[in-house]
Design a protein around this ligand. Sequence first.
Ligand code: SF4
Length: 82
Amino acid sequence: MSTEYHIRIDRTACVGVFACLVRDDRFEEAPDGLVTIERADGSDEQADETIARFSDDRLADARLAARACPVDAIDVTVIDDA
Ligand code: SF4
């Protein structure tokens, strides 16, 4: 089932534990040692607040990554269930 959702990362909260990476491989280590996320179009960003929008069947992976983050730096918001 395809779901439309946002993943928001608060990079000011991230401490680089990388518990998220092993749950969802769209999360990546950025050159600054903090996390970033690969967007659907292949780009990524290293702003303090990084938001990526997806429409796919990987919502569960994103939620696992968010739950694993020890500092709650990741938010997943569902926009639309198709
Ligand atoms: S799990 Fe949280 S603190 Fe760790 S790298 Fe991911 S976003 Fe940063």
